[in-house]
Write a protein that binds this ligand. Structure first.
Ligand code: NAD
Length: 399
């Protein structure tokens, strides 16, 4: 059983708490740290937490606590992680791990030197749709993964600190791109090295220093490409979509706006619909079970199962560090307008993976380019000669 200190009683802290103590869970939040006593008190009341404090270290050091969950603004992640190392408490932290790769690397080294359990709370690789898709990809259902696109776009975050570049560490690239990059990494293979990044970013709408809209491409050593599309200026709710294209198939996933549940209301008795929904009248797209559909339940089950079974969870601080390094390259590329290398001083995946061959043999002499039945009933193959390179076509059957 995990006895958790929750650091932060805001937006994500409450989502996590709903998941942690929901569904008759055996795990408990035993201490809550918040900046303001009244928020800590409210959280403690809502989630039946016995100990509340406005001192971060007190929550971590609390003798009952065996797991610390960091739900604090980005600039406080490192301080919290170092305190967990000092008190030798297992730690799980929300995304992004650091404001940049340098900070993330310090955290990674600290937890590994302290020998404490560490988990990276990337919920979007734990959604039921994602888990099913990843399983299919791993079983070869779509062949070789060529392109993985992930989009997260919404009208912007809910708290002041996100908009302060010093505290947040960046804009939507860091805040939302971290999800997208990890989704693509999972599909392409976490052991495949991300090589370089090209990124466009701009501040199109908001009066802020950071970017509020960006699109990036992450090239992997095996030739696959990851694409992220992120925005704090999108209107219409929370757009969370992924696409994976493989040599043998395709997966399209819509996690939030069109999930099959559609509802119309005139607004009489209107209520909360879903995270960042911009309207609660008219045609709406509610999410059946946000905690489950956003992956929180499966994520904590993996994290706590891992501690209890003495294994690593699927997402660790190492993954958080790789994500930060990719996003650092994206920020640099947005400035230089060039492909920028992903600089990794720690890499634990495969080395020197070549680009997979895309050639499919048709017969001794030819490669197959295309095999198709046309609307007029002809079965045709397009071929390329293996030595001369000549392209030709053959009609195999004609109705
Ligand atoms: N899907 C996700 O995984 C997801 C979603 C939202 C936020 N997050 C992450 O969770 C973390 C917290 O975000 P949030 O949305 O809960 O923010 P929030 O502003 O809603 O809550 C922040 C909490 O930290 C506390 N805090 C302590 N010291 C603070 C300080 N100096 N400044 C501001 N707050 C302070 C606040 O009291 C509050 O309880 C961030 O790292 C964010 O990126 C993750």
């Amino acid at each position: 059983m995990q006895k958790i200190a929750m650091l932060g009683s805001g937006f994500i802290g409450r989502f996590y708490a709903d998941s942690l103590i929901g569904q008759r869970s055996k795990d408990k939040i035993v201490s809550i740290y918040s900046r303001r006593e009244e928020s800590a008190r409210k959280f403690a009341e809502d989630y039946h937490v016995g100990h509340l404090t406005t001192k971060m270290e007190e929550a971590i050091a609390h003798p009952e606590v065996n797991m610390v969950c960091i739900s604090l603004p980005n600039h406080l992640h490192e301080e919290a992680v170092l305190l967990c190392c000092k008190h030798k408490k297992a730690v799980i932290t929300t995304k992004p791990l650091g404001r940049n790769a340098e900070e993330a690397l310090r955290m990674l080294k600290a937890v590994e030197e302290a020998g404490i359990f560490n988990g990276y709370l990337e919920d979007l690789v734990y959604t039921p749709k994602f888990i099913k898709s990843l399983e299919s990809v791993k079983n070869g259902a779509i062949g070789r993964v060529l392109w993985s696109k992930s989009r997260e776009a919404h009208p912007g975050p809910h708290s002041d600190w996100f908009w302060d570049i010093e505290k947040a560490g960046g804009g939507c690239i860091l805040d939302l791109g971290c999800h997208c990059v990890e989704i693509s990494r999972n599909f392409i293979g976490k052991d495949i090295r991300p090589v370089e990044v090209m990124c466009w970013a701009d501040t199109q709408v908001k009066p802020i220093e950071a970017e509020d809209h960006a699109i990036g491409l992450v090239k992997y050593e095996n030739g696959a490409i990851g694409q992220f599309e992120v925005s704090w200026t999108f209107r219409g709710g929370l757009d969370l979509r992924d696409e994976v294209m493989g040599s043998e198939g395709t997966i399209w996933m819509n996690n939030f706006l069109r999930t099959g549940l559609e509802m119309f209301t005139t607004g009489k008795g209107a209520d909360y619909v879903a995270e960042k929904a911009e309207s609660n009248t008219g045609w709406l797209f509610p999410v059946g079970d946000e905690l489950n559909d956003l992956g929180y339940n499966h994520m904590f089950a993996d994290m706590f199962g891992a501690v209890e079974e003495g294994r690593e969870p699927r997402e660790t601080f190492y993954d958080g560090y790789i994500v930060n390094a990719i996003l650092d390259a994206a920020y640099l590329s947005a400035k230089t307008k060039q492909w920028e290398p992903v600089k990794l001083s720690v890499w634990r995946g495969r080395e020197g993976v070549g680009k997979d061959s895309h050639l499919v043999a048709y017969d001794e002499e030819h490669y197959l380019v295309k095999d198709e039945v046309t609307h007029y009933g002809a079965r045709k193959v397009i071929l390329k000669h293996k030595t001369t390179g000549k392209i030709s076509e053959r009609v195999l059957e004609q109705k």
